[in-house]
Design a protein around this ligand. Structure first.
Ligand code: GDP
Length: 296
């Protein structure tokens, strides 16, 4: 599971706090050095780590120890609160269009888990009594269309495709008509990825965005790629504008840096997380639950 090593190191660092009195800067030095190292080793962005440590230190020295708490419990309370803040504060829910259908466009690099996530998202929404339509907009990877059709069949969710000879913009537009005729309330558009970000990809995504005005443009990133995921998020946000992220493969041994850095670096929240290859392995992201999991 992701975060294992960070979790262990952070817990050990926090055990270093002893004593009963008010926390001094001297008390904080060694343990906070450990916290800093733990975060850096988890591949958290350097500046994010610096700000995080500074904030925790400032609060720990400045704040009166809470009633009934010892300094050890006090520092855990502060680190927990700051971790929640770092992870985005409160849960960021998916935006729903005032008038259906809600359009969700999934973007990201090849292999991040877009097509699988499209299926998982359809399943997630179906369980919430929504009626999704999956749209095969990745016309460059021939297997992507079939992959989506297979997922749709498994889920009993309609899949709209016009094959791979039609432009994704036209597919997206026609999909909206299909959604109306099938009375679908959510349209999930799978888009093409590339191995690297390039202008052609961004142009195509901007054109789809312009044609169907999605409520949510969600960037799918692979947790295993660490800081690269954050760099990718910055580029997509600058070039296209994103509303949030879906971080996949958190069931693996990702160090967690992407999840911990992305909100602070890009200002965009993680909305959902992928925890496996199966269709039910998608969950809403709760910053408070993730922080508790990290702190044990
Ligand atoms: P795309 O190129 O972005 O559409 O990526 P795919 O949806 O084809 O996914 C690439 C690989 O990642 C596939 O083998 C998926 O089964 C796998 N994958 C996607 N999400 C997850 C996840 O949350 N956990 C794990 N372990 N594998 C995932």
């Amino acid at each position: 599971m992701a975060f294992e090593s960070l979790s262990e190191r952070l817990q050990n660092a926090l055990k270093m706090f002893r004593g009963n009195g008010k926390l001094t800067e001297e008390d904080l030095k060694a343990p906070m050095r450990e916290v800093r190292m733990a975060l850096l080793e988890a591949d958290v962005n350097f500046k994010v780590v610096k700000d995080f440590v500074a904030k925790v230190k400032e609060r720990a020295v400045g704040e009166a120890i809470g009633e009934g708490l010892n300094p050890h419990q006090q520092i855990i309370k502060i680190v927990n609160e700051e971790l929640i803040e770092l992870l985005g504060g409160t849960q960021s829910k998916l935006t729903v269009a005032p008038k259906p259908p809600t359009v969700i466009m999934l973007v990201g690099l090849q292999g991040a888990g877009k097509t699988t996530t499209a299926g998982k998202l359809a399943n997630y929404l179906k369980r919430k009594h929504k009626k999704p339509l999956l749209v095969a907009g990745d016309v460059y990877r021939p297997a992507a269309i079939t992959q989506l059709q297979v997922l749709g069949e498994q889920l009993n969710v309609p899949v709209f495709t016009l094959g791979d000879k039609v432009s994704p913009v036209e597919i997206a537009q026609k999909a909206m008509e299909k959604a109306h005729s099938l009375a679908c309330d959510t349209v999930i558009i799978d888009t093409a990825g590339r191995l690297h970000i390039n202008e052609e990809l961004m142009e195509e995504l901007r054109n789809i965005k312009g044609a169907v005005h999605p409520q949510e443009i969600l960037l799918v990133v692979d947790a295993m790629t660490g800081q690269d995921a954050v760099t990718v998020a910055e580029s997509f946000d600058k070039e296209l504008g994103i509303d949030g992220l879906i971080v996949t493969k958190l069931d693996g041994d990702a160090r967690g840096g992407a999840v911990l850095s992305v909100k602070a670096v890009t200002g965009k929240p993680v909305k959902l997380i992928g925890l496996g290859e199966k269709l039910d392995a998608l969950e809403p992201f709760h910053p408070d639950r993730m922080a508790s999991r990290i702190l044990g």
